[in-house]
Design a protein around this ligand. Structure first.
Ligand code: URA
Length: 256
């Protein structure tokens, strides 16, 4: 296949993933969207059932194997995070919510803090917003278990209020350590609170979303929070544009 056709296919796939994110389950297929053997290549259902696999190999990093990283994360959790009482948020929690996913992930998502569902389950992003995040991850061609998902604060704020700046500052060393261990190539920062907490900026999310930022030498892509997308579905499109930048960057760093 020549380069031009590959570009067209890439665009079609990207558009289908976006349509899928918007809730489209079926797309009328014309002859143009069938492969040489007559097989359908552009049906949203098909991409949903088997998300495109991505080559996530990369050059080895000096700092430890996946197992080493898992051990380091477990140790951080059990010795410091699990029973943390450094701020008032510990008073209302059922349990701390450490983080989940691939300890050696190229891509890490950072949210604000656990809500009711996460507090009950001990896992980040498992409620409605989490389900949308999972869809975004899958639309990008990954499984949830390929990436790492964490939060700025590890305890649920009362009544799901925003974590206060001092609470985020107290919890930040845990997130910092998680990032140091995982060494992701890209951090996607979800929503205004996470952007303020991690990047220590007062720039509005609507201003900096989609623009690469740097945190401790790492690339950070700020974007809207999935809970915001549930209330404002028209904002899924800009988020998808942001995720396309992340996908492009990750692809550029992946060995062929
Ligand atoms: N919102 C977040 O920011 N984090 C979660 O884990 C769940 C919802």
């Amino acid at each position: 296949m020549n380069e031009e056709k590959k570009d067209v296919l890439r665009e079609v796939r990207s558009h289908l993933r976006y349509r899928e994110l918007m809730g489209t389950r079926e797309v009328p297929v014309t002859g143009n969207l069938q492969n040489k053997a007559g097989g359908v290549i552009a049906r949203s259902e098909a991409t949903r059932q088997s998300p495109p696999t991505r080559d996530t190999r990369r050059s080895p990093r000096p700092s430890g194997t996946r197992d080493d990283k898992q051990v380091a994360l477990d140790e951080l959790n059990t010795t410091q995070v699990k029973d943390c009482t450094k701020c008032r948020l510990c008073e209302g929690r059922t349990q701390t919510v450490f983080g989940v996913g691939n300890p050696d992930a190229d891509l890490m998502f950072v949210g604000e803090g656990p809500g009711r569902d996460e507090d009950a389950k001990g896992e980040p992003f498992v409620g409605r917003a989490g389900q949308l995040l999972t869809k975004i991850i899958e639309a990008m061609g990954f499984k949830r278990s390929d990436v790492y998902i964490g939060n700025c604060v590890k305890c649920r704020p009362p009544n799901n209020r925003q974590p206060a700046p001092d609470e985020m500052a107290t919890c930040l060393p845990y997130l910092r350590r998680q990032i140091e261990i995982i060494e992701p190539k890209v951090i996607v920062c979800l929503g205004a609170t996470a952007v303020a907490g991690l990047l220590q900026t007062d720039q509005k999310i609507s201003r900096i979303r989609g623009q690469w930022q740097e945190w401790d030498g790492m690339k950070v892509m700020p974007t809207f929070h999935p809970a915001f997308l549930l209330r404002n579905p028209e904002m899924k499109k800009p988020v998808w544009e942001d995720m396309k930048k992340v996908m492009e960057y990750l692809k550029s760093t992946t060995a062929s």
